[in-house]
Ligand binder design. Structure first.
Ligand SMILES: C[S@@+](CC[C@H](N)C(=O)[O-])C[C@H]1O[C@@H](n2cnc3c(N)ncnc32)[C@H](O)[C@@H]1O
Length: 215
């Protein structure tokens, strides 16, 4: 998905009002960015942004921050936006979630979404998976008390790994579906991501788990 060296991409991102270029400066003060105290929910690894843009439009009382590691991918999200339509509760950040606690303060985040995160299939790379206990511990530093994490994937190996990892963290399993699109309860109001659309059209089953922070 990573596209390299797109000419002019930095300029486009620097001039886009949705993109926060120095996110560390807003740690503990994101209410200033949004000009309100509404809850803040984040998607880590937002890709081209279909999910978070739709979430923001549907939930104007919640603030959304989409986080994407690669500027070339974030550029695609920005290019897809209709600039004539203002979505005041939406911002994007180009950032590696490994240092997520450098941009958000303790308990500043209400909910975290992880959608179709990279599987990192080799065992020696397991710490890079966004649902590894290492990452779950990082999220714990920013999530509010009893805050929620939602994770969707079509990758059964990553899903099974994630179902074990949370047990070694301060998160508890709230709900799980091994076939989201045929799960009446959990699929209600489901917003599909780009990858979800692509993989479900190929016939892949989609898995979803919801974790809650213990305290
Ligand atoms: C497989 S894509 C899924 C995109 C989108 N969530 C979807 O479901 O269509 C995973 C995305 O996560 C981003 N990503 C991977 N590791 C990341 C990290 N540590 N911090 C932020 N983004 C990351 C990748 O660059 C990629 O765009």
């Amino acid at each position: 998905m990573r596209l390299r060296n797109i000419p002019g991409s930095e300029e486009v991102l620097n001039n886009c009002s949705y993109v926060i270029n120095k996110p560390k400066e807003h740690k503990g003060r994101w209410f200033n960015v949004f000009q309100n105290n509404n809850p803040i929910q984040i998607e880590i690894g937002m890709g081209k942004g279909k999910f978070i843009v739709e979430m923001a439009k549907k939930n104007p009382q919640i603030n959304f921050v989409g986080i994407e590691k690669y500027s070339s991918v974030l550029l695609r999200a920005v290019q897809k936006l209709d600039m004539l339509e203002e979505i005041s509760n939406l911002r994007f950040i180009c950032f590696d979630a490994k240092e997520i606690d450098e941009i958000f303060e303790v308990e500043e985040i209400n909910k975290i979404f992880l959608n179709f995160s990279d599987p990192w299939p080799k065992d020696r790379h397991s710490k890079r998976r966004l649902t590894s206990k290492e990452y779950l511990n990082r999220y714990e530093k920013i999530i509010e008390k009893y805050g929620i994490l939602e994770f969707k994937t079509d990758n059964k190996i990553l899903f099974d790994f994630s179902l074990e990892e949370y047990k070694e963290s301060n998160w508890i399993l709230l709900e799980v579906s091994f076939d989201l699109h045929h799960d009446l309860k959990m699929n209600t109001d489901n917003i599909m991501t780009e990858y979800e659309q692509k993989f479900s059209e190929m016939g892949n089953v989609i898995y979803k788990m919801i974790l809650k922070n213990k305290e």
